[in-house]
Design a protein around this ligand. Structure first.
Ligand code: HEM
Length: 390
């Protein structure tokens, strides 16, 4: 018999720490299950793929995810047909051949971070590595000085981890942070108005497809989204990877013995851990999925984590196999909104895991550590690592 569940369980911290048993129970209930506050959750692989492939029913419009922003996040909150215009402009800028030349730079940044703590024989992996790395890479790509890193991290946190005890306070804090971010990039665009540089902002200014160019407002919207979409996601993936490897010495040793498996290990850990567990949609029309009626306007959570571990679609789905091939996971989403930054994310993860294991092949969780994961984006509260074997 199917083990029933209560939608309140979606906020149970125990499920965030170890989501797999809960995800299995959800899939056993059906393809679509009730979520919190009248929403629904799509949980089996087949239904998740359907939802991702049908933006005309499962829309990404602003109502799908409310971050208190004043304009839609481009291209995340834009539905087809307008969405295609932005992806045609952006895809070439984030294509693998544009990312590859960043490898040396990222290798340097990774080693600078490791240099700062390797002598101590321990680190807090989040604060000292996983959080600063993607922001440092982003600043380099944008053509902004690395000395802005601290200020940049605080602006980003103002949106993602706003302060305040009431909804009004939180929204006011986010608004002020958004204004600071806009002002920061507005000034950077001004500096490039007459003198282009070899950086992403200059490329945004010049990007053109069939006579279409991005307006300054659109560029600011994109910078804002890149900051939301491209930083914490990489942080979370790095933390999930290192937490897994620190607690599975056999997997860690396999990477040390044969670094050539790092690319496939990254894919498998993206599948197993799925740092972005769910993506938000809103029903643009009355619909039905797996026999479940979904009224127009209903919020829909599309479960990438549950889909990635669905034994109905993936052989050996409940087993971590660092050499799994093929591995068609949905950790970067699917359909038209599939992650724009997946090539950059993979490069950052690959360089980070390669350099880390070259310099720190043995490490473990600091004794007594209990890992606490956040639910939707799988960030770990604290990840203290001690170098060497326990
Ligand atoms: C491991 C790291 C990452 C993960 C797991 C991840 C995951 C995702 C997922 C699941 C989506 C689909 C959202 C949806 O369907 O609603 C997405 C979209 C997106 N991601 Fe990533 N992402 C990562 C890194 C990055 C990076 C580094 C960038 C920066 C360039 C980035 C930029 C974007 C953008 C702009 C979109 C929206 C694409 C669109 O709507 O067309 N992501 N990402």
């Amino acid at each position: 018999m199917t083990d029933p569940f209560d939608p309140a369980e979606f906020t149970d911290p125990a499920h965030a720490n170890d989501p797999h048993p809960f995800w299995r129970r959800l899939r056993d209930v059906g393809g679509v299950v009730p979520g919190l506050f009248g929403s629904v959750q799509v949980v089996r692989r087949g239904e998740v793929e359907f939802a991702l492939q049908h933006p005309e029913i499962f829309s990404s419009a602003m109502e799908a995810v409310d971050l208190g922003q004043k304009r839609p996040l481009i291209p995340l909150q834009v539905d087809p047909p307008d969405h295609v215009k932005y992806r045609r402009l952006l895809d070439p800028i984030f294509a693998p051949r544009q990312m590859a030349p960043l490898e040396d730079d990222i290798t340097g940044l990774v080693n600078d971070l490791i240099d700062a703590f390797i002598g101590r024989g321990e680190c807090e992996f989040g604060a000292e590595f996983a959080i600063p790395l993607p922001s440092a890479v982003f600043l380099r790509m944008m053509g902004m000085p690395l000395s802005d890193l601290e200020m940049f991290l605080s602006m980003k946190d103002g949106i993602i981890r706003p302060q305040g005890t009431t909804v009004e306070e939180v929204q006011a804090y986010q608004r002020r942070s958004a204004e600071r971010i806009d002002a920061y990039f507005e000034q950077a665009l001004e500096e490039r108005a007459d003198h282009r540089r070899d950086d992403l902002l200059s490329r945004f200014l010049d990007a053109e497809v069939a006579g279409d160019r991005l307006t300054e407002d659109e560029i600011l919207g994109m910078c804002f989204l890149l900051l939301l979409a491209g930083l914490d996601t990489v942080t979370d993936a790095l933390e999930c990877d290192l937490a897994y490897l620190a607690s599975h010495p056999g997997a860690r040793q396999a990477i040390v013995d044969d670094p050539a498996i790092i690319p496939s290990a990254i894919e498998e850990l993206l599948r197993w851990e799925t740092p972005v567990t769910t993506v938000g949609r809103v029903a643009a029309a009355d619909a039905e999925l797996d026999g479940c009626p979904i009224a127009k306007g209903t919020r829909v959570g599309v479960g990438l984590g549950t889909a990635n571990t669905d034994e109905r679609a993936i052989p050996g789905a409940d087993r971590v196999d660092l050499t799994r091939n093929p591995n068609r996971h949905l950790a970067f989403g699917g359909g038209v909104h599939r992650c724009l930054g997946s090539h950059l994310a993979r490069l950052e993860l690959r360089v980070a895991l390669r350099e880390w294991h070259r310099r720190i092949p043995e490490y473990h969780l600091a004794p007594g550590t209990e890992l606490v994961y956040s639910p939707a984006l799988r960030q770990i509260d604290r990840l203290p690592l001690v170098f060497g074997l326990p």
